[in-house]
Design a protein around this ligand. Structure first.
Ligand SMILES: *Cc1c(COP(=O)(O)O)cnc(C)c1O
Length: 431
């Protein structure tokens, strides 16, 4: 499979190079040259296929023969060795729970697949050692640390803002050791992000170390997110209804994977991008003008993004036509008060506990279905509610049970290095 840069169609790459580089040399995002339709027979008999078989069918064309089938199947099996249940919450509304992986967030899928792919290419021998450098506002760090733990040839360096991630998230980042280092930055997420970007452009560092990023612009993180839309379809197909999926969105990687799955033939009629107060895309749908904004802080903080990096891919899927996009894509925004009220109302009515991101997804789905009767809907639960313990317990006015795995994690010793300035990061990377 060939990929091209969305900044310039002439800049092409194979899968390996796109995974190793992350971004094209002209800073464009990579996009597949061809989107293959899956045959009707695949959807007719999907209930006879297991998760691995489905995933292999979906991803094979994007990897081509750059990873042999047997190795690709191993990577897939390690990526998806947990459950992806669709749980009915109320009449006509289900949730697709994506939080049963090791760090309790959907990012486990992309992070593990990327770690497996990069690990495979390193093992082949000509890349040398690679450093994955990543800034996190919470969930990315844990998923990347866990996914890359122990992968031969890769060092992982994670920058996180001191005191600004949840307690569980911090433990997930700082207790792994081995090839993972957590740098605790006295500053904000934006400060972490700025330092990472600077390091990528600093030739003192890049002459000495091969750096790559592990954020959602990487095709090896983006594409495997298609898998669970197919798993969900397999569970909902018998309903024989027109389907709408609502995706709590920040950088729009997850929803963009869903749209690509649709383009491959997956019968999901409609996608709803559910946003918090960061409403750049909601505005775009109304005005047809894309105006990035500074991000604002909310209780669904993994979606506090004012200029979503994957939105160019969403547009590309619809040939950059605003009208084509609007036919199958809606977007709505909700504030924190509405989000907390949704968590409370759903808990009181049904006993189901949503995390703040899932709650935004629920609100978007509900809003779409109010004015579009006849659909069956699913919203994605992108993180386990215990990851946002204080917010959730306050909203539902009740205590949550803490899973055993989390209890164990909370007893582990935190290990991090404090850094304050870019020069500290540079010194660390040079030594
Ligand atoms: C990262 C994240 C999101 C946003 O996903 P995108 O692919 O960036 O749109 C939503 N919810 C949770 C819990 C996340 O960690």
């Amino acid at each position: 499979m060939k990929y091209f840069s969305l900044n310039n169609r002439e800049h092409t790459s194979n899968f390996e190079n796109a995974v190793v580089r992350g971004l094209a040399p002209d800073k464009g995002l990579y996009f597949p040259d061809e989107i293959k339709k899956l045959p009707a027979s695949f959807f007719q008999s999907i209930e006879n296929l297991d998760k691995t078989e489905i995933s292999f069918e979906v991803i094979k064309a994007y990897v081509g023969d750059e990873i042999p089938d047997s190795a690709l199947i191993n990577i897939i099996e390690e990526t998806i060795d947990f459950e992806f249940p669709v749980v009915e919450v109320e009449e006509n509304i289900s949730t697709l729970e994506l939080f049963h992986g090791p760090t309790l967030a959907f990012k486990d899928v992309g992070a593990r697949f990327m770690a497996g792919s990069l690990g495979h290419f390193i093992k082949k021998g000509n890349l040398g050692k690679i450093t994955v450098l990543v800034a996190t506002s919470g969930d990315t760090g844990g998923a990347v640390a866990n996914g890359f733990l122990g992968v031969e040839g890769i060092d992982v360096v994670i920058l996180y803002p001191k005191g600004k991630v949840s307690k569980i998230q911090e433990k997930q980042l700082t207790t792994l050791e081995d090839n993972i280092t957590a740098l605790e930055v006295d500053g904000t997420f934006d400060d972490c992000q700025t330092m990472v970007k600077k390091a990528f452009l600093d030739s003192d560092i890049t002459d000495k170390r091969k750096l790559t990023s592990a954020n959602s612009i990487n095709v090896a993180r983006w594409l495997p997110q298609m898998f669970y839309y197919f798993f969900a379809y397999k569970q909902l197909k018998w309903k024989d209804r027109k389907l709408v999926f609502s995706v709590p969105s920040g950088n729009f990687g997850n929803i963009c994977a869903g749209l690509l799955a649709r383009k491959m033939g997956l019968p999901i009629d409609r996608f709803v991008a559910s946003n918090n107060a960061n409403n750049t895309v909601t505005d775009y749908l109304e005005t047809a003008k894309y105006k990035p904004k500074p991000s604002v802080q909310t209780i669904s903080n993994a979606m506090d993004v004012g200029d979503p990096s994957n939105f160019v891919r969403v547009l590309k899927i619809f040939r950059n036509e605003h009208s084509a996009l609007k036919e199958h894509f809606s977007a709505y925004s909700f504030d924190d008060l509405q989000t907390k009220k949704a968590m409370k109302d759903v808990y009181e009515k049904t006993g189901y506990v949503m995390d703040p991101h899932g709650a935004v997804g629920y609100l978007g789905l509900q809003k779409f279905m109010e004015s579009n009767p006849g659909y069956y809907g699913a919203f994605l639960e992108t993180a386990h509610p215990v990851k946002f313990l204080d917010t959730v317990e306050e909203a539902i006015n009740d205590k949550l049970a803490i899973p055993d795995a989390i209890q164990g994690l909370m007893n582990k010793q935190k290990k991090s290095l404090q850094i304050n300035h870019y020069k500290d990061l540079k010194e660390f990377l040079l030594n």
